[in-house]
Design a protein around this ligand. Sequence first.
Ligand SMILES: [Zn+2]
Length: 209
Amino acid sequence: MLRFLPLLPLLSLLFSSAACALMPVALPKCPPKRATCIALDLWLPPQFDDVAWLETQLEVANDRLAAIGAGVQVVAIHTLGEELAQIDTVTQRNQLGKLGKQTPLRWFVVRHLADAADPNAVRKGVTWRAGEAVWVIESQTGMRWVLAHELGHVLGLAHSTEAASIMNKKPRVWPPPWQIGFTAREQPVMRRTLMRLVKQKRLALTRPE
Ligand SMILES: [Zn+2]
């Protein structure tokens, strides 16, 4: 019996790495030369394996945040319990906020995100607040720009009517998607909010690699 004991830590290590196969290092990093890299704490539903979707979300966010010299980088990955893998109610949105801490910024990816007012309506993403705390909830069906859009909210932006703004939710034919980002009007607000949130320790930064 005793001779098997040393194996136990190894077995538990193997088990835990199998349960959370995806590591932060496997995801796109904050690009070099960005002045600030916002650290993200990623929460995924059980059995989530769409790494390409995560890569696209991070790449678009990093591409658009270049306008303010910022970027994002996932520093930790966790698995959500089944009870919060689908978010239908305001109560569940608030329960997500009890997982982890305010920093690094929590990015919750869920299988389904219902509208807060109309449970039959589907939402792709929401920036949810409780007092001083803020976290991002995104449906795993979110389009490629949803994380970037929610980060705009985190950094102090409301929805916009500017055609070139990623904060404008209205369908439009111009400009083309690759020209839609954070506009000259929005960038100073984002820079100021980012500096303030970091100073207040409500956002944590990480180092670009
Ligand atoms: Zn929005």
